[in-house]
Design a protein around this ligand. Sequence first.
Ligand code: NAD
Ligand code: TDX
Length: 340
Amino acid sequence: MNKILVTGGAGFIGANFVRHLLEHSDCTVTILDKLTYAGNKESLAGLPASRVKLVVGDIIDTELVDRLVAAHDTVVHFAAESHNDNSLREPTAFVRTNVVGTFELLEAVRKHGTRFHHISTDEVYGDLELEDSQRFTETTPYQPSSPYSATKASSDLLVRAWVRSFGINATLSNCSNNYGPYQHVEKFIPRQITNVLTGVRPKLYGSGTNVRDWIHVHDHSSAVQRILEAGEPGRTYLIGADGERNNLEVLRQILELMGRPRDEFDWISDRPGHDLRYAIDATPLRQELGWKPEFQDFSSGLERTIHWYATHRQWWEASKEITETQYAQQEQLVEGVKSS
Ligand code: NAD
Ligand code: TDX
């Protein structure tokens, strides 16, 4: 039976991944998570204690990381500071966790010969034009825009260097925007859903034309599991489900599914350096590893996500208040952007 160490397993994607692993394999899992504002023990509620253990700790803790890595066969590394808006306000933790934390894990897997999978993002490639047939591929040059994406790019480069220089057994994946249950309410989709649920007007940045390539978090999990099973050592795989949509379209879909008027939202000042468009070409993952997404219908995935937030208020209500107080300090309403 595989013993897997999952960093960041109390966060959005990590918690969904742990649930997926338990359902689709017979492994045991240790979660190493600092339980920052983004980590939530409740996301692990109901999981069997015989197969899952939570260690509350920091990935920059050299000794702790060394001890845990030594006791596992595989490390899947999700832990990160993950929100662009926070990285613009206070980037320190991003450098510390995303760069130094990844370095600590790499040193430990180098020492113990442990299999390593590094979770990253499509944001390392910068952005694409709206009217462009191009999508990101494994060979697209790195050009990160925000402190968040720059630290993720740095961590990817560390992993690649440890593969080439020290021959560690590692794979990497860069995924597009995830949505689904257990996502922190600071992120776009859960923020708007929980705004509607609490009688607050949703907030759209800038012109609303920015495009994100949405993938359901369960499809991200199945892709990572497939890479763990069959990925080629040293390779990078891009994960995406052909889900390009602009923010205005997504917001209108949420409003429609929640029975609200299509213009019942506020236009907000734009995010500085706001990436225009992300789009993933996941052909190698599909063709070489035979992976395919299950959640092809965005509208029904969104409907299920809305239902999850509507029926799990206790999970998000406390962080909603803190998050919106923080947003209120930085956001300004803007006039004159016209909806179409
Ligand atoms: P999240 O913010 O929801 O969760 C991050 C988790 O990491 C939290 O549980 C937090 O407590 C933990 N953590 C933070 N700092 C830590 C530290 N120093 N030591 C130990 N644990 C720490 O993030 P997420 O959205 O689930 O993202 C997970 C990973 O996936 C990240 O690496 C992110 O870059 C990547 N990613 C996210 C998306 C997305 O759409 N959310 C897309 C592609 C890639
Ligand atoms: O209130 C909002 N209004 C709005 O218009 C928020 C919170 C966001 N937005 C816009 C900004 C983006 O164009 O929505 C889009 C999505 O925003 P986020 O949810 O903050 O995600 P993004 O910045 O695209 O980054 C996400 O995908 C890549 C994750 O947060 C990253 O961790 C991942 O690497």
